[in-house]
Design a protein around this ligand. Sequence first.
Ligand code: ATP
Ligand code: MG
Length: 512
Amino acid sequence: MEIPKKRKSLESQEITVINEVAKLLSKEPSFEKATEDILKILYSFWNVDLSFIALYNSDRKVVRIVKAFGFTKEEINRGIFRKGEGITGKVFKRGVPVVLTDLKTNPALLNRTQVRKRLKGNEVFIAVPIKVGGDIVGVLAVFKEFSSKDSVERGIEILMILGTLIGMFYRLSERIERERLEWEEERRLLREELKKTYNIHGIVGNSEAILNLIELIKKIAVTDSTVLITGESGTGKSLIARAIHFLSPRKEGPFITINCTAIPETLLEAELFGYEKGAFTGAYTSRRGKFEMANKGTIFLDEIGDMPLSLQGKILRVLQDKEIEPLGSEKVVKVDVRIIAATHRDLHALVKQGRFREDLYYRLNVVPIHIPPLRERKEDIPLLIEHFLKIYNSKYNKKVKLSPDVIDPLITYDWPGNIRELENTIERLVVMHDGVIRTTDLPPHILAFKQKQQQEGNCKLPLELQNTEREKIIEALERTGYVKSRAAKLLGYTFRQLDYRIRKYHIEIKKF
Ligand SMILES: Nc1ncnc2c1ncn2[C@@H]1O[C@H](COP(=O)(O)OP(=O)(O)OP(=O)(O)O)[C@@H](O)[C@H]1O
Ligand SMILES: [Mg+2]
């Protein structure tokens, strides 16, 4: 059917359709939903019982129905056309609208969807291209009954407008989708990167020990239970305590630290529980204690192992009854605090020595967290070095780098001061040097450690061998009743050789 040159102005019904579609597109962000609703609008405002939108799939090189109104699922699934195939394929290929009538008999209707049998016969099939700029991205098609030839012309016009609107929206959603995918990918990579290195609240490390620790603190943070953190000096006890607080529901509340070593015994009680005016000489005003200040938050009792026995009972009372009694006061104050304690000491041993209350120990040790020393998780060293380099480079506005051979002695060193020592070492290196740091720039004790290890490694038996040798000697000593000369004979050693090994392996000589 030919498209007449002369065009009539659009009637109000058709303007309503365009208006509704424009309104829809301005508020619906999803292309999927928008196309579905456009076809519904055609049905509601323009009596289009059957319609579809087909889009080009560049992977499979076909035009495929992606949304339809009035079609069954099977009919939609059959709606796949190659370029130039059927009316849909032709409209897509040429980019011009096509109109078909006499649909019951017209051979031009490919009837791929097999919808023909459901048609009344007087419908007109109009298919228009969905265009964006010069590109054709798909086809919009309707089966509609028209009352006169004029309205068919207007129909084409209205569908062409909709085709353009859909095309614009398609391009826009395509771009948004692409940006969303890129953004998600970026976020995923970033998250992965974060997981690898900087974990929650500045806890760096990817050793099994640190990952388990992080899992554990995430779990216990949400509970209100008392936590006891143990670990050598500088292993990160304070850091972990802080992380627990900030991962807990109390994170909006205060986090109050009290270092039980740093405060003289006489002042500690006042610090912790507060005092009333006149409670002691010099108490001119009353003062709230740290427990009260920590209300609704967390109190961190650092170095609890150094807490004087006299105060341990009072701490126990807070733990049990959640109440405190300020010095020189008659009243008790209810407090809602979570207690986290830490120590580098062996509290259990202190209990045995009678220097720490056993009942308090058990009250504190509800959730024990042990942070292993750095020498037991050397995998974390490179990450920590990188972490501290970043921090101190930015603090001192420098761009100091480590040459790769510097890492090895830093990993070999046994870090008795743990992460704090590593952090101080890196800070010092950044302050003292510019550019690339070489092995010779390392502190002498770290270099000496490496050299000593190498020397020992050269003349040392492997540990397993040492153990079997030690065991053999003990066995011989047992059999000979700890008479060294006889044991030496049994082992084929001279007396001096045996004596040397007994000392080397720290073997205890039992006296009978
Ligand atoms: N896993 C870690 N990742 C990053 N930084 C860490 C880590 N562990 C500790 N640190 C840093 O090392 C330093 C020492 O940590 P922290 O003060 O928490 O140790 P500590 O066990 O409380 O030491 P002390 O027993 O002397 O009180 C801090 O600057 C801390 O931020
Ligand atoms: Mg600390």
